[in-house]
Ligand binder design. Structure first.
Ligand SMILES: Nc1ncnc2c1ncn2[C@@H]1O[C@H](COP(=O)(O)OP(=O)(O)OP(=O)(O)O)[C@@H](O)[C@H]1O
Ligand SMILES: Nc1nc(=O)c2ncn([C@H]3C[C@H](O)[C@@H](CO)O3)c2[nH]1
Length: 215
């Protein structure tokens, strides 16, 4: 089965997906971002595009999961469960109707039942959660520089990011689909610092060995 990464915007999922898949000799599957035509529209007019964006992500995520599950220890850079976190938060902010939420939840449920791995195991092998503070999140968003995510583009974004981080805390605590582990994304600079990178890889290897999915 596969390893799934989770974490807020800019937590380092894509970066770690590359590092971890190279380390394990497997393949990384990335979220559709730079070639996602709906994402900039969503940031411009969330109320109009929240539902469409969600369907877009659900479709792409499902596709990635189907491709990733053919080989053990492939790495997915975000879980399908977090899409639902995003959508429910946006719905609670009035950006989707109760009807849209119902359609989405039922579609997600239906699609999950179609996944062979969902039927057999209902989960990835391991969830690796990247935990970051608000300050780190903003710093990373600025460092990466996607224009529509920059707080100065939209005065409501800081509140959106705060809410997202606080929902992630509860989400991780409640997550029980698979074994899970948390990495302190403020502490470990696995992008620039080779020692930190090795420490993070060791922590993940340890968990994989415990689960019997790494020799
Ligand atoms: N642990 C880290 N230490 C230092 N820089 C990092 C770390 N993790 C990520 N970065 C940097 O932060 C930025 C965002 O990282 P990345 O794109 O991997 O995050 P992400 O979680 O995939 O984000 P998103 O959910 O928005 O796609 C990049 O510029 C990356 O180089
Ligand atoms: N609304 C919404 N729902 C999702 O399921 C979702 N998944 C990711 N994103 C946004 C966050 C980053 O800007 C960017 C890259 O993660 O895409 C989402 N936005």
């Amino acid at each position: 089965m596969m390893i799934v990464l989770s974490g807020a915007i800019g937590a380092g999922k894509s970066s770690l997906a590359t590092i971890l898949s190279e380390h394990l000799g497997t393949e990384a599957f990335y979220e559709q971002v730079d070639n996602n035509p709906v994402l900039p529209l969503f940031y411009k007019d969330p109320k109009k595009y929240a539902f469409l964006l969600q369907i877009y992500f659900l479709n792409k995520r499902f596709d990635s999961i189907k491709k990733a599950m053919v080989q053990d220890n492939n790495v997915l850079d975000r879980s399908i469960y977090e899409d639902s976190l995003f959508f429910h938060m946006n719905a609670d902010m009035g950006r989707a109707t109760p009807q849209e939420v119902k359609v989405y939840d039922e579609l997600l449920d239906n699609m999950m039942q179609e996944l062979p791995y969902a039927a057999a195991k209902k989960a990835p092998d391991l969830l690796v959660h990247l935990d970051i503070s608000y300050d780190t999140m903003i710093h990373r968003i600025e460092k990466r520089g996607r224009s529509y995510e920059q707080p100065e583009q939209d005065p409501t974004l800081p509140e959106y990011y705060h809410q997202l981080l606080s929902r992630y805390d509860g989400w991780y605590d409640d997550y029980d689909y698979s074994p899970k582990m948390k990495i302190d994304g403020d502490k470990y600079d696995f992008v620039e610092n080779p020692e930190d990178r090795q420490k993070v890889l060791d922590l993940i290897d340890e968990q994989l060995r415990k689960r019997g999915t790494l020799d």
